[in-house]
Design a protein around this ligand. Structure first.
Ligand code: COA
Length: 259
C-alpha cells in the first residue's frame, strides 16, 4: 500500500507502520491521521496480520497534532477536531490485534496520546514524552486526559498535563508510561521479536486476552470477571484451544490456525 505520510510494511505476520513526516517531526495532520486509519483497517481485515508496530521516522515518534491545523480551530470546529482524532485512536485501542508503539523520539501531545492508545509502549532512551498542550493554550484532545490518567494515575497525569513538562524515557519508565527501554539501534528489531512471539500464539486467544484486559479498564471488577468468563468459554470452543492443549499432552509444538 502506498501512502503520502506513512510507510506501511508487511513483515510476515507483522505490519510495521512508520509515521513519515520527519521534516515536521511526524506531526499528526489530517492526511496522516486518515492514512493511519486506513492502514489500521487494512491490518484489521488482513488474515495474515497478527500484530502491528507503530513508530516514527527521524528524531520523533510524533510531536503532536499539527499546530498549523490546530491553530485554525474555533469554538465551532474544535470539538469535531478532537473527536476525529479520538475516533481513530479509540479504533486503534479496540483493535483485536495487539498494537505496539516503538517510541523512537519525541512523543508529545497527540504523539503521546497515540502511544497511549497502543497496547504496549517500548521506547528508546532518547524518547521524550509529554502533554505540552497548556503551553499552546489548549488541553489534550485525542484522549490524553483519559488514557494517561488510567495508565499512570491521576497524580502523575495531572502533573504532566498541568505543567506541560516534557519527561525523558527513564522518567516515563519510572511512572509506568512505557513497558521497557530498548537501545535505539535495536528498538524496531526487538519490537518485531516481541510481536512475532505474540504472533506465534493462538490468535483468537490473543484477541480474547485484549478484550478481557480492556474490560478491566472499562468495567467494574464484577462485570470484568463476567466478561473474562464469557471469553474463556468462547475460547474453549475453538479449534486452536483443542490443538494447544493436545500439543502439550502429546509433547509437540502447537500449530495454531486462528480458528
Ligand atoms: N505541528 C506542526 N509542526 C511541528 C510540530 C507540530 N506539533 N512539531 C514540530 N513541528 C515542526 C516545526 O515547526 C519545524 O518546522 P519548520 O522546520 O518548517 O520550522 C519542524 O517540525 C522541526 O521542529 P523544531 O521545533 O525546529 O525542532 P526542535 O528539535 O528544535 O524542537 C520540539 C523539537 C518537539 C521540542 C518542538 O518542535 C516542539 O515543541 N514541537 C511542538 C510540540 C507540541 O507542542 N506538541 C503538542 C501539539 S498539540
Amino acid at each position: 500500500m502506498n501512502f503520502e505520510t506513512i510507510i506501511f510494511e508487511e513483515k510476515g505476520h507483522i505490519c510495521l507502520i512508520t509515521l513519515n513526516r520527519p521534516d515536521k517531526l511526524n506531526a499528526l495532520n489530517a492526511t496522516l491521521l486518515n492514512e493511519l486509519q486506513k492502514a489500521l483497517q487494512f491490518c484489521s481485515n488482513s488474515e495474515k496480520c497478527r500484530a502491528i508496530i507503530i513508530t516514527g521516522s527521524g528524531k520523533a515518534f510524533a510531536a503532536g497534532a499539527d499546530i498549523a491545523q490546530l491553530h485554525e480551530q474555533t469554538a465551532t470546529t474544535g470539538a469535531a477536531f478532537a473527536m476525529f482524532g479520538q475516533a481513530i485512536f479509540t479504533e486503534l485501542e479496540y483493535m483485536k490485534k495487539p498494537v505496539i508503539a516503538a517510541v523512537n523520539g519525541f512523543a508529545l501531545g497527540g504523539g503521546c496520546e497515540l502511544a497511549l492508545a497502543c497496547h504496549m509502549r517500548f521506547a528508546s532512551p532518547m524518547a521524550k514524552f509529554g502533554q505540552p498542550e497548556v503551553n499552546l493554550g489548549i488541553i489534550p484532545g485525542y484522549g490524553g486526559t483519559q488514557r494517561l490518567t488510567t495508565l499512570v494515575g491521576s497524580a502523575q497525569a495531572t502533573e504532566l498535563i498541568l505543567t506541560g513538562a516534557i519527561i525523558n524515557a527513564e522518567e516515563a519508565l519510572r511512572i509506568g508510561l512505557v513497558n521497557r527501554l530498548i537501545d535505539p539501534e535495536s528498538l524496531i528489531d526487538e519490537c518485531i521479536k516481541i510481536a512475532e512471539l505474540i504472533a506465534s500464539k493462538a490468535p483468537l486467544a490473543i484477541s480474547a486476552s485484549l478484550a478481557a484486559i480492556r474490560s478491566a479498564i472499562d468495567c467494574g471488577t464484577a462485570e470484568g470477571m463476567e466478561s473474562e468468563a464469557r471469553l474463556f468459554g468462547e475460547i474453549c470452543g475453538t479449534e486452536d484451544f483443542k490443538e494447544g492443549t493436545a500439543a502439550f499432552l502429546e509433547k509437540r509444538q502447537a500449530n495454531f490456525k486462528g480458528k
